[in-house]
Ligand binder design. Structure first.
Ligand SMILES: [Zn+2]
Ligand SMILES: [Zn+2]
Length: 418
């Protein structure tokens, strides 16, 4: 079997891997790098691909898929139902915002999703000479790890975590005998804070602000994190108003439609009954008119309703902006954290409100990555991808030292025979 890395090698973004065996070729993810201009993975000819297997909806895994559906023979797409539904939301928005830079539009996206076969975890299927199985990745609802079996078995983690969150139980790690493992390395250099402690301190901080009459803005990714924050607030007995705005609303609807993908479905259901959905401009003013928590994208304040709220809240010393994820350097969220400054409508504002970061994560931290690799003791070949160069290299070095397996941090376009 051959594995070729087209993107996501020594970088986070544009994940894309081709696996070939006999006459069969499958593409694992085909994402985009979201810099000022979108950047794409290495080229593949759609007619030479038998199937596209999508781990999850995030654009760094799905954002280039419509490019394979422009003309000619179009491959079948395989994804869980939740991944298909949430990819629809994210891709539509991506095309709306970045359409000018993209060689495809809504039509190609529709074409891709129309060719999607919905599959579920632990239900193997075949693509010509290969047997494929999706396994729960615990990263966001619908996310999967993928097993590809030819004469060898290759496991690809996609984005995963074994840490239990309020909504999800974490990745299924019973992968059986695997010859090669392709693993994400996002947090290979970093330990996550203890989860329960982090959840508790986040809710405490929200209560403090709201009880003193302030508003808390929680900029959050619309797919996954926003709904997780709802669950956390509910689980720790937060009784004051919680508002949900932007694309996070549509995602919540999708999550509530299919309980197979939310491990703690009852909590999400209960939490969702208590929230207030923001509609229109009047709704936004209403959300700001009384103390409460407002959860809305974009998670790094790059746009979306979060900017509208931030513009008001930033001036109010009794209010707060609580960032709930890693902030990519160069984003407005990172600037707000580092310099307490934010650009809104071309004007630079200095924060008078409280600004804090709570580093929730849907990715395995250093310890979880190591445990995962140790657990897969049959894998003698390991590829560390989806991380900064140093993180990928460090995970590969650790693996060789601790397990004796052959480990590599591949570079783009590099191919390997398993
Ligand atoms: Zn992801
Ligand atoms: Zn990713």
């Amino acid at each position: 079997m051959e594995v070729k890395f087209l993107g996501g090698a020594r970088e986070v973004g544009r994940s894309a891997i081709v696996v070939s065996y006999k006459d069969t070729r499958v593409l694992l993810d085909y994402g985009v790098m979201l810099n000022d201009h979108p950047e794409f993975p290495g080229h593949v000819e759609p007619r030479k691909i038998d199937a596209v297997l999508l781990t999850h909806a995030h654009l760094d895994h799905s954002g280039s898929i419509p490019m394979l559906y422009i003309s000619g023979r179009k491959p079948r797409l395989y994804a869980t139902r939740m991944t298909k539904d949430t990819a629809d939301i994210l891709l539509s928005d991506f095309i709306k915002l970045s359409g000018y830079y993209l060689p495809f539009g809504h039509e190609e996206m529709r074409e891709a999703l129309n060719r999607c076969t919905e599959i579920y975890y632990r239900e193997p299927f075949t693509v010509k000479d290969l047997e494929i199985e999706f396994i729960d990745a615990g990263h966001i609802p619908g996310s999967a790890q993928i097993l590809v079996k030819g004469d060898k078995t290759i496991a690809y983690t996609g984005d995963f975590t074994t840490i239990r969150s309020k909504m999800l139980d974490g990745a299924d790690t019973s992968l059986g005998d695997v010859d090669a493992l392709i693993i994400e390395s996002t947090y290979a250099l970093e330990e996550h804070p203890e989860r329960t402690e982090l959840e508790r301190s986040f809710v405490e901080a929200c209560k403090e602000v709201v009880e003193n009459g302030g508003n808390v803005l929680v900029p959050a990714f619309s797919v996954g994190r926003a709904q997780e924050v709802l669950c956390i607030l509910h689980a720790y007995g937060f009784k004051q108003p919680v508002w949900l705005d932007g694309m996070a609303r549509k995602t919540l609807e999708k999550y509530l439609e299919d309980n197979r993908f939310i491990d703690n479905y009852h909590l999400l259901k209960k939490a969702s009954k208590r929230i207030r959905i923001v509609t229109g401009k009047r709704g936004r003013r209403a959300a700001l008119s009384e103390p409460g928590v407002i959860i809305t994208p974009a998670g790094m304040l790059k746009g979306g309703p979060a900017l509208f709220y931030a513009n008001k809240i930033i001036e109010d010393p009794s209010s707060a902006i609580f960032l709930v994820s890693f902030q990519l350097p160069g984003t407005p969220g990172a600037q707000l954290l580092e310099e307490r400054k934010l650009q809104v409508n071309g004007e630079e504002k200095t924060a008078k409100c409280r600004v804090e970061q709570f580093r929730f994560s849907g990715h395995a931290g250093k310890r979880q990555l190591h445990e995962y690799i140790r657990n897969l003791e049959t894998a003698r070949r390991i590829f560390a991808i989806h991380g900064e160069e140093q993180a990928c290299q460090e995970l590969a070095t650790w693996t060789e030292r601790e397990t004796g397996a052959e480990a590599t941090a591949p570079t783009p376009q590099q191919a390997f025979t398993i």
